[in-house]
Design a protein around this ligand. Sequence first.
Ligand code: ATP
Ligand code: MG
Length: 388
Amino acid sequence: MNDLLLCKPGEIFLKGLNKHYFEERLVANVKRRLKPIGHFRVTYLQSALYIEAADDAADLDAAYDAVRKVFGIATITRAAACEKDKDAITALAKTYLHDAMTAARSFKVETKRSDKRFPMTSIELSQYVGGELAEAFPNTVVDVHDPELTVRLEVREQAAYVHAQAVEAAGGMPVGTAGKGMLLLSGGIDSPVAGHMIAKRGMVLEGLHFHSYPYTNMQAREKVEELARILSEYTGGLTLNVVSVTHIQEEIHRHCPEEMMITLLRRFMMRIAERLCKATGAQCIVTGESLGQVASQTIEGMTSSNAVVSLPVLRPLVGFDKTEIVERSRAIGTFETSIRPFEDCCTVFLPKHPLIRPKLSDVEAAESKLDVEALVEEAMASLEKVRF
Ligand code: ATP
Ligand code: MG
């Protein structure tokens, strides 16, 4: 008999009248994520999502790993199935929850019964199985008010189920419920974390990576593609836009003060990002900047790059320490890829003393030496798209 996954949504509960919209999106996202894994039955019932294998080939372990990364799900629980018979249920609870029952000092049994033809009421079944378990595990006692462990039973149409302990899942809101953003994705530690945070709030993301080939190499590109692929496991798909800023950097290098390289390059990145937002329907730009982390990430630097775009720029890491960002990066699985050595375009023509507090008027004066529009157009013409 097939086991099952039980998922509980998180904040969707708070959404009042919009709840259905969030639930439908969550179910659609889960189905889409399971599609490449196999055939599953996905049902949404009383604020819980049930996932069952629809045939023998459907791998529930693979489904568990995939669904744990779907935003909008707060907890996930495995459940083992058995025949709808009180003694079969008791036997399964004894083996399936053996370790948890041995560790707990107190427990209670809770039953949900959606099959109303089952001959016992929920309370009767809870009492029966509770009594049997108390006898089998003398280390623990029944405590219906404040138990350490709650044994959950469920009598459904196809089978009866015994639940394991719920495990924390990805949390957040279903992707697709909070608009669309353009994530500036470098190969570093910060931007994938920023993207993960924003996607977790329900935003659909596209990635945008700038390279300075041949000053930057193909390994840098492959690394960013790998980061985009990892992010796509959470977002359910991601388009990576790749644009060359080689000529822009050469022109800045040739015509502008050395210390303004990064400040000016950032402004070009923002302009290109905004163009791409308009072309793809994205409503904001997302970056991995954190206040004071490096010379260009000052409030003056951010002011200078904000000045060339009208869309909002989201910087979810702005108040984070590097150690906090690294911790998140490890948790989401991007850290090992991010620390592979590579040249970012920002390290090409890197000034010895970058401007820390650029004055907007100085920046604009320096930039007036460049044909900004033509350079942006030229960069846009180098656009490539990779779908994950
Ligand atoms: P990260 O770890 O994300 O690379 P960082 O600490 O190295 O960040 P910077 O190099 O100053 O910081 O970049 C700040 C932000 O600008 C990045 O988080 C990213 O959003 C964007 N960015 C920098 N370089 C690129 C690039 N080559 N392509 C796309 N976005 C970039
Ligand atoms: Mg970087």
